[in-house]
Design a protein around this ligand. Sequence first.
Ligand SMILES: Nc1ncnc2c1ncn2[C@@H]1O[C@H](COP(=O)(O)OP(=O)(O)OP(=O)(O)O)[C@@H](O)[C@H]1O
Ligand SMILES: [Mg+2]
Length: 332
Amino acid sequence: MFTDEISFNQRTIARLLDSSPATVNRIVTTKMISATQETDSGKIKKYNLENTRKIAELILKNQRPKINNKINVFYNFKGGTGKTSLCYQVACHLAILGYNVLAIDLDPQGHLSSALRVPEDVNYYTMYDVLINGADINEAILRVFPGLDLVPANISMTRIEVPLSSKTKREEKLKLLLEPLKNKYDFILVDTNPTISTLNLNALVAADRVNVVCETQPFSLSGLRVLVEEMLQFYNEMHVQPNFGIIANKYESKTAISQEVLGALRTEYKDNVMETVVRKCEDINISAKKKIPIFAFANKHSIAIEDIFDLVKEIVKHASLSLSYKKEEIDI
Ligand SMILES: Nc1ncnc2c1ncn2[C@@H]1O[C@H](COP(=O)(O)OP(=O)(O)OP(=O)(O)O)[C@@H](O)[C@H]1O
Ligand SMILES: [Mg+2]
């Protein structure tokens, strides 16, 4: 769905890969990776997504950690905290780095699908067809660009709750479906909808790690307390060991309330708060409107680029940790 409108020069690729322009230049020259766009003078060469992934593969091949916690769920039952925005940026970024990523949209609003340019007027399979009608999940997977696949969502998913709730082992359905896909993907990122629903409980059971996306706004903390309490209680009932991190989003360093909320989060949830704080930045809004990931258009000094880069690194770090416990079999 993306075309060559997303392409990167060598300097940007170096930044994406935490490498140097000289290394990128050496790789493209020695491995004869051709530019997909060139200025008239030939001075600036750009590489499309596919070739950027090839360059990433060559530069990072020995540095990539083994990914143990593949299924990452972006979660909060409060609306508008930034679940979709962060899921979108992280998914695109991981794919550019050369990982094979599957994004799953579990929100009938379909915002992730829309950001990934799924046309609204085409009739695609969604998780409704897979979970309720027994469609093959592979038939619901769309290719967004090399390295990034998507199971889209649309408004038809609003009808999923009643039939899903009446199924046996109703909270385990998604986990069972995703298990075989772990052979094919390095990361499976799930965007949830802002409700307490059986569908979201499926996401929690399937998750190897839950990223709770929380705003640093007044009242965020009280909502978060309820959320964490309910989530831990649910995991306890399901005999599943929780693995979650809280991402503080829309942080405004100049406002006292943001600082206060972040301070309280760190005091209360300690190591469960991710080190990366995503600051409020207009580029995240622009990215959603343009339907282009942030690193493909924003100014190199953009704080959002900086924060998303850090977030991706931290998510990869947590994904590569081996769990010190074994998830027990769920017995309902
Ligand atoms: N760090 C940020 N800086 C500025 N704007 C942001 C940031 N994160 C998210 N936003 C904006 O906040 C709004 C809500 O974000 P988003 O849609 O990602 O939230 P959500 O949690 O997925 O919402 P919903 O619960 O409705 O699914 C969007 O307009 C988005 O562009
Ligand atoms: Mg959303």
